[in-house]
Design a protein around this ligand. Structure first.
Ligand code: ATP
Length: 200
């Protein structure tokens, strides 16, 4: 696809629920989280670089990256964090570009949870934000994940704020209501995106 719509939203905002609806309309979804995980799979150069720097202790018994371990190493160490970002971001960006170019649908969606945080809004043709108030976001995430409210609040606090996300939005999908309310909004945006894709 030549036309790329970036979609984002905070934890539990409903990104997957929304992208599933676009997928039903035949639109290809590129998942930045998945690409980020694949970038550090066994055999990938990035994983070798990580092991060279931190030692074999960052791997689990099966040779996969132990993300929790890496997180503790990176936590509050901005130098290590920058090193890791400079290693992974180019690889992830290139793969995202490749997959959007290979997508066959009229336009494609690039789903990026940390779109605002990583300034990827500048790399896409359009930004749609799945918006939900914080209370609902917390409740839905609590229902879905086997965690506790403080842990989810901590993640929410580490992410961009609702306002920061809305500030980069070209379009907003309101997910405060029932999941069924999303269908009309998605169908409406889909028509617009088909038009925009035709115009470039
Ligand atoms: P994450 O980034 O944390 O993976 P997400 O943004 O992809 O989350 P979803 O997984 O789509 O969010 O939604 C979070 C949870 O809320 C899911 O359990 C989903 O089924 C539920 N949910 C989504 N939209 C609604 C809605 N309108 N009403 C009720 N539940 C909803």
């Amino acid at each position: 696809s030549d036309y790329v719509v970036g979609i984002s939203g905070g934890i539990g905002s409903g990104k997957t629920t929304v992208t599933d609806l676009f997928a039903k309309l035949g639109i290809e979804i590129i998942d930045a989280d998945l690409i980020a995980r694949e970038a550090v799979e066994p055999g990938k150069p990035a994983l070798k670089a990580i092991v060279d720097k931190f030692g074999l202790a960052v791997l689990d018994d099966s040779g996969y990256l132990n993300r929790a371990k890496l997180r503790t190493l990176v936590f509050e160490d901005s130098e290590v964090k920058n090193w890791l970002n400079e290693l992974l971001h180019p690889v992830i960006r290139q793969q995202m570009l490749l997959q959007t170019q290979q997508a066959k649908s009229a336009y494609c969606l690039l789903s990026v949870p940390l779109l605002v945080e990583n300034k990827l809004n500048e790399q896409v043709d359009r930004v749609v934000i799945v918006d939900v108030d914080e209370q609902t976001q917390l409740q839905r995430t609590l229902l879905r994940d086997k965690t506790n409210a403080p842990q989810i609040r901590a993640i929410m606090n580490a992410q961009a704020t609702r306002q920061q996300r809305l500030a980069v939005a070209d379009d907003i999908i309101d997910n405060n209501g029932k999941a069924n309310d999303l269908i009309k909004q998605v169908a409406h945006l889909h028509q617009h995106y088909l038009q925009f894709a035709k115009q470039i």
